[in-house]
Design a protein around this ligand. Structure first.
Ligand code: PEP
Ligand code: MN
Length: 337
């Protein structure tokens, strides 16, 4: 990183900062410019050193050269990661389709949905058993009962199961039934939870927090990777902006942007991203055109009666028709579903 000194920094302050850089285990290379002096701090210490150097005397700024995340970055692994769990493949020319209800509600609901989405070409079944609801009075999910229903649906269809885990002490329970542990937007910065899912042998789908920056998302992924779990995919699910015509604002530029920063697969969730059933298929198509490695959508036998998120949920016909379009878009960008 580069320590930029104030234009009026004294020689004393400059040599003090050289000593500070060296005491942090980095090499210091001083460059005297016409306007000001900068000190190149050479070595790989990232965030910790940046923060501590920033408060030094005569320092104007400390500019990082490397990304603050490491294992997630393309600097460390230059080839995109393909995530494979059962038939779900994210990346490497394949677009994985994760579909299912917002919440698991009953055996009939989840079995019908699993069969319908499988027949239409989905490779994973989603469904919340532990639901993070804004109100404590809303349906909170069937909990372990819901996990068991998901496992039964997997036995019947072979679909990989993606479901949310909300607390560190529930990771073991959810991992017993799930193939992919979903970290929800509200928990993206629950660092103990990220560490806990980093320690289990299950893939992780990490959703972006509604007000998290891309760097914060990547640093959250770094928590999981740093515990030794390399099977991580990122999910853009929309962010909160001043705009109110959609539930969230879905920035699709996240896809190519992330792909320049990280080797991890990138999934788009157009259901939560728009909060409007009528917009879901268009945004899914656009996401694949933009290079997404996966799509996650909410599907229900009868969205009108869904216990959560019905207004953004597709019925079986809408899902099948969207899938036919997605296959054509994928082909146009040299990918397959
Ligand atoms: C969900 O996938 O149903 C969900 C709760 O998503 P998010 O965490 O993105 O709000
Ligand atoms: Mn939902």
């Amino acid at each position: 990183m580069i320590v930029v000194m104030e234009s009026n920094a004294t020689e004393e302050q400059i040599s003090h900062m050289v000593e500070r850089v060296e005491s942090l285990g980095l090499r210091a290379h001083v460059i005297h410019g016409t306007e000001r002096t900068v000190i190149a701090a050479i070595g790989d210490k990232r965030e910790y050193t940046r923060e501590s150097l920033k408060s030094g005397p005569g320092v104007a700024d400390v500019v990082p050269i490397l990304a603050p995340y490491k294992v997630a970055s393309l600097e460390v692994k230059t080839h995109p990661t393909q995530l494979k769990v059962r038939d779900l493949v994210l990346g490497g020319g394949t677009v994985g389709i994760i579909a299912g209800p917002c919440s698991v509600e009953s055996e009939e609901q989840i079995m019908k949905t699993a069969k319908a989405v499988k027949a239409a070409g989905a490779t994973a079944l989603r469904g919340g058993a532990f639901k993070p609801r804004t109100s404590p009075y809303s349906f909170q999910g069937l909990k372990e009962e819901g996990l068991k229903l998901l496992a039964t649906a997997r036995e019947e269809t072979g679909l990989a199961v993606v479901t949310e885990v909300m607390a560190p002490d529930e990771v073991e329970l959810v991992a017993r039934y799930a193939d992919v542990l979903q970290i929800g937007a509200r928990n993206m910065q629950n660092y103990r939870l990220l560490e806990a899912v980093g320690k289990v042998d299950r893939a992780v789908l990490l959703k972006r927090g509604a007000s998290a920056t891309i760097d914060e998302l990547l640093l959250a992924a770094e928590y999981v990777l740093n515990e030794g779990n390399a099977n991580v995919a990122l999910c853009e699910r929309g962010i909160r902006t001043f705009e109110t015509h959609t539930r969230f604002t879905l920035p699709l530029a996240t896809v190519p942007y992330l792909q320049r920063k990280t080797h991890l697969p990138v999934v788009i969730d157009p259901s939560h991203g728009t909060g409007d059933r009528a917009l879901v298929a268009s945004m899914a198509k656009a996401a694949i055109a933009a290079g997404a490695d996966g799509i996650m959508v909410e599907v229900h036998p009868d969205p009108e009666t869904a216990m959560s998120d019905g207004y953004q949920t597709l019925d079986f016909d809408e899902f099948s028709s969207m899938m036919r379009d997605l296959a054509r878009v994928a082909e146009a960008v040299d990918k397959k579903l």
